[in-house]
Design a protein around this ligand. Structure first.
Ligand SMILES: [Zn+2]
Length: 85
């Protein structure tokens, strides 16, 4: 994967294998020990048939890094909206 913004391509849903995904958003939840982070409006490819959401690898790793950083501050719950880096 190169730098910069990339078009996310529609893909066949691997869960139900019936539909191709559409660009949309989803809510991502991370739990680490007693810490929970909820991020809303995360860009994702969403299956219109079963609702499975596929998040871009770069987005997922950025959110995970953020969650781990927040978990070390002693926070218990963090709920926010996704902001593109
Ligand atoms: Zn599906």
């Amino acid at each position: 994967m190169g730098p910069g913004m990339q078009e996310e391509d529609s893909m066949k849903c691997v869960i139900c294998k019936k539909s191709s995904t559409n660009a949309g958003t989803t809510t991502v939840t991370f739990e680490r020990g007693c810490f929970t982070m909820v991020v809303k409006c995360v860009p994702a490819q969403v299956c219109p048939n079963c609702g499975e959401a596929y998040i871009n690898e770069d987005v997922a790793s950025a959110l995970l890094k953020d969650a781990e950083k927040k978990a070390t501050t002693g926070a218990q719950v963090e709920i926010r909206e996704y902001v593109a880096a």
